[in-house]
Ligand binder design. Structure first.
Ligand code: NOJ
Length: 538
C-alpha cells in the first residue's frame, strides 16, 4: 500500500534466543468485519488475505483471527459446529491454507481462535446427546435429570440461569447462551478430540491458538452452588464464582496442550482467563502451560493514572513470578471501543492515542483490535440490527457488543470499501459517517491515529527497550511514567491522565508524541492533558 509517511527507522535485528511471542505485536482480526471479497456483506478469508499487505505495512507481527468455523450463529462464531472446517461464509479450507501461506511469506504468524469450553447446540455430539440420553456423547456435556429446579444457582454470563431444559425435560449447562452447551472435560473423549483439532490446524502451519474461556473448562465435581453472583463490572471472576471457574484440574488441560504445541516449533497458546486475581491468571502461563494469558486490567480501568499504574505493575509482578510475558489488551471484540470508553469524540481519541503509546512501550505482547489503529469509536447499532445475545438475553438492559464489531472502513466510497461495489448490505449496518475514519484517508494524513500507530510500531521494532525492556512504573499525581530500560538505551513513556499540562524534565530526544501539542525545550517536555510521549534518554 502506498504511503506518504516519512522514512521509518529500520528494525533492530531480533535477538536470536528471544521467542517471538514474548514481545510480538498481535493484531486481532474480527473476520466477519474485516474485508468482504465476494460481495455477500460478510468479511471472509480471501478478503483478509488481500489485506495482509496492510498488516505488514502497519508493522504487526502476528494476526489472531476470531472463530472461522461453521457455527450456529448464536454468539459471533463462538458456538462451533465443526472444529476442523471453515464456515462457508468465510470460504473453505483452501482459502485458509492460502492465507496461512501468504502470511508466512510476508513474515506474519497466524493464530486461530479455539473454543474448548462449549460447542454449538448444532454440534453432532450435542444432537446425539439430545436424541438419546444414554448415548456416549451425553457424558461429554453436563446433563441433569428432569426436576422442578435447575441443579444449582449458576448464572449464564449472558444473563439468566446457566441451565436450560432439553425437549425431554432434562437440564443442561451453558455458562453462556443456551445454544452453547458446556463440555464436560472430565470425560476423556473430549480432551482426545481437542488433541486432534489442535494437530489438524498445527499441521496446516498455524502459529498457535487464542483459547476461549481457558479458565472455565472444568467445573466443580459436585456442581455445588456458587457462593455469590457474577457482576460484569468486576475485573473478573473471584471467590463468589468459585464453583464454575478456575478449578485446579483445568491446568492439566493446558499442560497437555502445551506438550502438543511443543512438537511444533515456534507455536504458542494465549488464554482468555477472566479472573480478578492476576496472580491466578498468571498461573495459567507457568512454563509447562499456556505461553500467555491475557491481562485485562487496562481494558477494564477508567482514565485514571493510579488505576493504570496498578494495572501495569500488578501484571508485571504476577507474570514475572512464572517467567511469562504480559499480554496487554486495551480493546477487543467484547468491549466498547477505547475512544468511546475514554470519553468519546476528540477527548476520547486523544486518550486512546496516548493509551496506545503506553501499551506499546510495555514489555510483553500487546494485542491490537482491528480498527483501534483508526481510532474507531463505538458504532451506534440500531436495536433491530443487534445480534449479540448479551443484548437480547438481558432484554435490552445491556447494550451488547455489536458496536465494536461493525465493518472496517477502508476508503471513502459509499460502502467504505468493505465489500466490492454492488454488494449485499453489510452484516451489521455501517454508520453514515464511517468514511471519516477510513484507512485511505488516514494513510495520507501525517497526524492520523493510523500514522501514529505505524510510527510507534516501527520505533518499537527499532528500540528493543520498548517491548522488551525492564519497566519501572511510577506516578506523580495524574502523570504515569514507565521507564523501559533496555541493554543499550532507555526509553521512558510519560502519560498525562490529568487535566493540566505537566512539565516533565528530560535530557534526550522525543521519539514520539501522541499529539502535535507536546512541546520540548530547555530540558523540559510540556505534556498537555491526555497525551503521552516516548523519551529516549541521552
Ligand atoms: C469470550 C469471547 O471473547 C466472547 O466473544 C464469547 O462470547 C465468549 N467467550 C463465549 O465463547
Amino acid at each position: 500500500m502506498a504511503t506518504r509517511l516519512a522514512a521509518l527507522p529500520s528494525p533492530a535485528a531480533p535477538a536470536p534466543t528471544q521467542e517471538w511471542w514474548r514481545s510480538a505485536v498481535v493484531y486481532q482480526v474480527y473476520l466477519r468485519s474485516f474485508a468482504d471479497s465476494d460481495g455477500d456483506g460478510i468479511g471472509d478469508l480471501a478478503g483478509l488475505r488481500s489485506r495482509l499487505p496492510y498488516l505488514v505495512w502497519l508493522g504487526v507481527d502476528a494476526l489472531w483471527i476470531n472463530p472461522h468455523y461453521p457455527s450456529g450463529g448464536a454468539d459471533g462464531g463462538y458456538d462451533i459446529v465443526d472444529y476442523r472446517a471453515v464456515d462457508p461464509d468465510y470460504g473453505d479450507l483452501a482459502d485458509l491454507e492460502a492465507l496461512i501461506a501468504d502470511a508466512r511469506a510476508l513474515g506474519l504468524k497466524v493464530i486461530l481462535d479455539v473454543v474448548p469450553n462449549h460447542t454449538s447446540d448444532q454440534h453432532a455430539w450435542f444432537r446425539a446427546a439430545l436424541a438419546d440420553p444414554d448415548a456416549p456423547e451425553a457424558s461429554r456435556y453436563h446433563f441433569a435429570p428432569a426436576s422442578e429446579q435447575p441443579p444449582n444457582n449458576w448464572q449464564s454470563l449472558f444473563g439468566g440461569p446457566a441451565w436450560s431444559r432439553t425437549p425431554d425435560g432434562r437440564w443442561y449447562l451453558h455458562l453462556f447462551a443456551p445454544e452453547q452447551p458446556d463440555l464436560n472435560w472430565r470425560d476423556p473423549a473430549v480432551g482426545e478430540d481437542f488433541d486432534a483439532t489442535l494437530r489438524f490446524w498445527l499441521d496446516r502451519g498455524v502459529s498457535g491458538f487464542r483459547v476461549d474461556v481457558a479458565y472455565g473448562l472444568v467445573k466443580d465435581a459436585g456442581l455445588r452452588d456458587n457462593p455469590g453472583t457474577y457482576s460484569p463490572t468486576l475485573f473478573g471472576h473471584g471467590p463468589e464464582q468459585a464453583m464454575t471457574w478456575n478449578q485446579p484440574e483445568v491446568h492439566d488441560v493446558w499442560r497437555r496442550w502445551r506438550s502438543i504445541c511443543d512438537e511444533y516449533p515456534d507455536t504458542m497458546l494465549v488464554g482468555e482467563v477472566c479472573l480478578a486475581d492476576l496472580e491466578q491468571v498468571a498461573l495459567y502461563s507457568r512454563p509447562d502451560e499456556l505461553h500467555q494469558s491475557f491481562s485485562f486490567r487496562l481494558i477494564k480501568s477508567g482514565w485514571d493514572a493510579a488505576a493504570f499504574a496498578d494495572g501495569v505493575q500488578t501484571a508485571l509482578d504476577a507474570f514475572a513470578t512464572v517467567g511469562a510475558p504480559v499480554s496487554w489488551v486495551l480493546g477487543n471484540h467484547d468491549k466498547d471501543r477505547q475512544v468511546s470508553r475514554f470519553g468519546g469524540g476528540a477527548l476520547g481519541t486523544a486518550r486512546a492515542r496516548a493509551a496506545a503509546l503506553l501499551m506499546l512501550s510495555l514489555p510483553g505482547s500487546p494485542y491490537l483490535y482491528a480498527g483501534d489503529e483508526l481510532a474507531l469509536p463505538q458504532a451506534v447499532v440500531p436495536d433491530e440490527s443487534k445480534l449479540d445475545p448479551i443484548f437480547h438475553r438481558s432484554g435490552g438492559a445491556r447494550a451488547g457488543r455489536d458496536g465494536c464489531r461493525v465493518p472496517m472502513p477502508w476508503n471513502d466510497s459509499a460502502g467504505v470499501g468493505f465489500s466490492p461495489d454492488g454488494a449485499a448490505d453489510p452484516w451489521l449496518p455501517i454508520p453514515a459517517d464511517w468514511a471519516q475514519h477510513a484507512v485511505s484517508r488516514q494513510t495520507r494524513d501525517g497526524g492520523s491515529t493510523l500514522t501514529l500507530y505505524r510510527r510507534a510500531l516501527a520505533l518499537r521494532a527499532a528500540h528493543p527497550a520498548l517491548g522488551s525492556g525492564t519497566a519501572t512504573v511510577s506516578t506523580s499525581g495524574d502523570v504515569l511514567t514507565v521507564r523501559c530500560a533496555g541493554d543499550d538505551e532507555t526509553v521512558t513513556c510519560v502519560l498525562n491522565m490529568g487535566t493540566d499540562t505537566a512539565l516533565v524534565p528530560h535530557a534526550g530526544t522525543v521519539l514520539l508524541a501522541s499529539s502535535t501539542h507536546v512541546r520540548s525545550a530547555h530540558g523540559t517536555v510540556a505534556l498537555p492533558a491526555d497525551t503521552a510521549v516516548w523519551l529516549l534518554e541521552d
